[in-house]
Ligand binder design. Structure first.
Ligand SMILES: Nc1nc2c(ncn2[C@@H]2O[C@@H]3COP(=O)(O)O[C@H]4[C@@H](O)[C@H](n5cnc6c(=O)[nH]c(N)nc65)O[C@@H]4COP(=O)(O)O[C@H]3[C@H]2O)c(=O)[nH]1
Length: 627
């Protein structure tokens, strides 16, 4: 088997030729440059050498020169296989140095093998015998060789310079892009201030520093007052102008080393560092910065030639020694900012833990309420509405929450939150559904079939676009007499949008549903809207009933409401009647209906029905007694 030496600095070329030649039955030896090839060939001369030209350590031309001047090697055929030196003079030089073939890369395997076999069969064709050459010929060849090498070198240098220049430009472009990405990631586009991400990073750093030096720091949460109104009325571009100006003014209130960041919208945060070790002094320092900020923000603005005045609410949270996490600090400063808002805005407040406790309790209550809906923990109690003869005309349905740990929770402890969170919609739906089902059951008993059941409707529920359809759907599904359902609305609910209230009430009224105005007298009762609303009943608020026998003003209010209702032909009912004196006063003043503890507390259905039966028996017995 023939032994072939392959010389190339590229692994893939070596691998390719090795595979090709071993596949054709040759034994292959590899070298990575000319010097290695010479060593190997001198130790174990091959039958043929295939060599690349451009290689490190020793290039192919030099190898060829050494090869052809080595007595032991010069008869061994030399094939040049190159992808770099492709010009005719390159080939001419190789051949003049004694190469037996000059093959350009890449070459089809069959063509390569054909040339290879041909050279191998011929043996050495044009080995220039260095000893027989004239000195002149030899120096000419060497001169050619150096010229070509220099030219190639210059070309390569130029290529490298170009490549290098391109690389430098590419690196500069990448760096610029990276800087831009970095800026986008850490800075707010509008104001160019650090954003939340950078703020958190700086805050972490400040906390660590404060732990080392034991100084206080302060986190200021700054929110512009009524910014939304400006945005909504003048547009976002004017809003943006204000934010940019605010950012500039805030910067003037900072010391070097403090951080001012924009969290988004109209929310800015300031980190003050290196405040006093003493907490009260640190508080004074923070307060001073707050005062500066508030008065800077208060100065007038010219936004696109529009004169504007702004103010801000600032929440402050002092910190020291990494006692709190970044999130905790931000939360506290945010809570303090809400305290500032609640205190009337344009002011600052320091974080107050009682407020946080209240907020946490509120969040826990909300979670509990969601669970209560799922677990069906609500109950409906009924409180009777009675006339002066003791006849029960109706009942008010009042919700209770049967809490697994807290026991029976009264509605005032949870209804306000359900109204804020919208949970009143599913809860109110459940109340109405339960009340309708109860009305249906009571319809089958002569003692209860004419009871009017009053259901409280909260504003959120009433304003819901599907309210009217829902009520009608329930009435028809339960097949109840609509006149047995009375909806209690409050004055404020109606005043939210009188036109909408009239439309919805009239729609339900046409089905026969009744309406009562709850807590009457507490709002801005106005005769003009009273006459427009399809009302069946006015319910005098219990605050007037409570005091009417002691306080002449309340007595006058009660008398006025009764007189007004009677004149308008609207039924009137007094709520919270607790004493016989109150009942007598109401009877004397022609308020026929009462609701209150004097008659009964709100009761679960069974107890309500028992009470009803007792009252009926009592009435019968007094009637019989009278006879
Ligand atoms: N001191 C005193 N209080 C009396 C007397 N008679 C009745 N009360 C109480 O007065 C409240 C009357 O209900 P409201 O004014 O509609 O006021 C209700 C109503 O606004 C709301 N609420 C109750 N149930 C519901 C409901 O199902 N849906 C909605 N949206 N609100 C409800 O919660 C409020 C409070 O309900 P409750 O705690 O059940 O309180 C009831 C009732 O128990 C009395 O003689 N003395």
């Amino acid at each position: 088997m023939k032994h072939i030496l392959i010389v190339d600095d590229k692994e893939e070329n070596l691998y390719y030729l090795q595979a090709l030649l071993t596949g054709n039955g040759y034994i292959v030896e590899l070298a990575r440059h000319g010097a290695e090839a010479l060593v190997k060939a001198r130790q174990n001369p091959p039958q043929l050498i295939v060599s690349d030209l451009l290689m490190p350590v020793m290039d192919g031309y030099t190898l060829l020169r050494h090869w052809k001047s080595d007595a032991k090697l010069k008869k061994i055929p030399f094939i040049v296989y190159t992808a770099t030196y492709t010009e005719p003079e390159d080939e001419k030089l190789a051949l003049s140095l004694g190469a037996d073939a000059f093959i350009l890369k890449p070459c089809e395997p069959e063509d390569f093998i054909a040339r290879f076999v041909e050279v191998l069969a011929k043996g050495v064709v044009a080995t220039p015998d260095s000893t027989s050459e004239t000195n002149n010929d030899h120096s000419d060849t060497l001169k050619d060789y150096s010229v070509i090498l220099i030219r190639k070198l210059e070309e390569k240098t130029l290529q490298l310079e170009e490549a290098n220049q391109f690389l430098q430009q590419d690196i500069a472009r990448r760096k610029e892009a990276e800087d831009k990405i970095q800026h986008l990631a850490y800075y707010d586009l509008l104001t160019n201030l650090p954003n939340r991400l950078l703020l958190i990073d700086r805050l972490q750093h400040t906390l660590a520093m404060s732990a080392r030096h034991h100084n206080h720091g302060a986190l200021l949460f700054i929110d512009l007052d009524h910014f939304k109104t400006l945005n909504d009325t003048k547009g976002h571009s004017v809003g943006d102008l204000l934010l940019v100006e605010v950012a500039k003014r805030l910067q003037t209130c900072m010391r070097e080393g403090d951080t001012l960041a924009r969290l988004g919208g109209d929310e800015f945060v300031v980190i003050l560092q290196d405040l006093s070790e003493d907490s009260s002094q640190a508080a004074v320092q923070a307060e001073t910065v707050c005062a500066k900020i508030i008065s800077a923000i208060n100065l007038p603005y010219y936004l696109d030639s529009y004169l504007y005045h702004s103010s801000t609410s600032v929440g402050v949270c002092l910190f020291r020694n990494q006692e709190f996490t970044v999130d905790e600090l931000l939360k506290r400063a945010d809570i303090a900012m809400y305290q500032a808002k609640n205190a009337g805005r344009n002011t600052q407040r320091f974080y107050d833990p009682t407020m946080q406790a209240a907020l946490e309790a509120r969040a826990a209550l909300e979670t509990d309420l969601r669970l209560a809906i799922k677990k069906n923990q609500f109950r409906l109690y009924y409180q009777m509405q009675v006339d002066h003869s003791g006849n029960v005309h109706g009942a008010e349905a009042l919700i209770r929450w049967q809490h697994p740990q807290k026991g029976l929770v009264p509605p005032l402890q949870f209804i306000p939150l359900t109204e804020e969170t919208g949970l009143i919609i599913p809860i109110g739906h459940w109340v109405m559904e339960t009340a309708c089902a109860q009305i249906k059951r009571w319809e089958s008993d002569p003692a209860t079939r004419d009871l009017q059941v009053a259901v409280n409707v909260s504003a959120c529920q009433f304003h819901d676009s599907s309210f009217v359809e829902r009520v009608i759907e329930m009435l028809s599904r339960h097949k109840i007499k609509p006149g047995n359902l009375k909806l209690e609305l409050t004055e404020s609910l109606v005043l939210d949008n009188v036109e909408e209230a009239i439309m919805k009430m009239q729609a339900l009224k046409s089905y026969g549903v009744l309406f009562s105005m709850d807590d009457f007298g507490t709002g801005f009762s106005s005769l003009s809207y009273l006459t427009k609303l399809p009302l069946d009943q006015l319910k005098i608020d219990q605050s007037f009933i409570r005091n009417m026998c002691m306080n002449n003003r309340d007595a006058v209010v009660v008398q006025t409401i009764i007189g007004m209702a009677n004149n308008l032909g609207i039924e009137v009912i007094a709520e919270g009647v607790e004493s016989e004196t109150q009942r007598e006063f109401l009877e004397q003043n022609k308020c026929n209906l009462c609701q209150g503890y004097l008659f009964s507390q709100p009761l679960p259905v069974d107890a309500f029905e028992n009470k009803l039966r007792q009252m009926h028996t009592y009435q019968l017995s007094t009637l019989i007694g009278r006879e």
